[in-house]
Design a protein around this ligand. Structure first.
Ligand SMILES: Nc1ncnc2c1ncn2[C@@H]1O[C@H](COP(=O)(O)OP(=O)(O)O)[C@@H](O)[C@H]1O
Ligand SMILES: [Mg+2]
Length: 209
């Protein structure tokens, strides 16, 4: 069955685009993958433009007008814009199989995101959807003391928090600068690739190696 994964958070800068591209790149080693760039800022398209070829397809996507393709790919990954409306989200909810909500371990980010993620979960349950949503902690530094308490607190709120913690690593920024995905960055990306594979394993229940 085709998996349709939305990277969603109304906060900017939390890693939606970075994780969309990294997940797509990892999955495309074995599967046919499409990234729908739903952000009017077209970050994925710009990233793809300055690169000599991602191993996955990228298309711009109008949340208000278009439909998610229903075949032709193993995975469709949607990079959401910060400013989407509830209507725009609800139009596509029935097709989503996973919702990933990246969040950084700063108190302000977390407060905003936790209430948002609970709403998402509630709205999916209300509609009887089987979609699985995960809060994904991203850009976490090993010595960030707030991070571990934040992760613990989020787990206590009844929201599914991914066990995979995505570390803060310079290679993500450098990859974007060079117009590459982390899988085209050689040995510098080893740990980042491990994080992303672990996330894939957790979210899709299979090992992607
Ligand atoms: N795990 C990470 N480690 C280091 N930098 C990251 C990581 N995730 C994202 N970034 C950087 O943070 C910035 C915002 O990420 P981005 O993916 O554009 O967020 P969003 O799409 O949610 O606005 C970018 O400069 C990106 O390179
Ligand atoms: Mg983005």
């Amino acid at each position: 069955m085709m998996q349709v994964v939305a990277l969603v958070n109304r906060k900017g800068g939390v890693g939606k685009t970075t994780l969309a591209v990294s997940l797509a790149s990892a999955l495309s080693r074995q599967a046919k993958v499409l990234v729908l760039d739903a952000d009017p800022q077209a970050s994925v398209l710009q990233w793809a433009d300055q690169c000599n070829g991602f191993a996955f397809d990228v298309q711009s996507f109008d949340l208000a007008q278009e439909r998610i393709p229903s075949s032709g790919y193993d995975y469709v990954i949607i990079d959401f814009p910060p400013g989407f409306t509830d209507e725009e989200f609800d139009r596509h909810l029935a097709q989503l199989t996973q919702i990933l909500v990246p969040v950084n371990a700063s108190p302000l980010d977390l407060w905003a995101t936790v209430s948002f993620a609970s709403l998402l979960d509630a709205s999916a349950k209300e509609q009887g959807m089987l979609v699985r949503s995960f809060l994904v902690f991203n850009q976490i530094e090993r010595d960030n003391r707030f991070a571990s308490s934040a992760i613990g607190a989020a787990r206590g709120l009844g929201i599914r928090v991914a066990k995979t913690i995505v570390g803060k690593r310079a290679v993500y920024r450098n990859a974007a600068l060079e117009g590459k995905a982390i899988h085209q960055m050689g040995g510098r990306a080893k740990q980042a690739i491990e994080d992303v594979d672990e996330l894939i394993n957790e979210v899709f229940g299979h090992v992607n190696a």
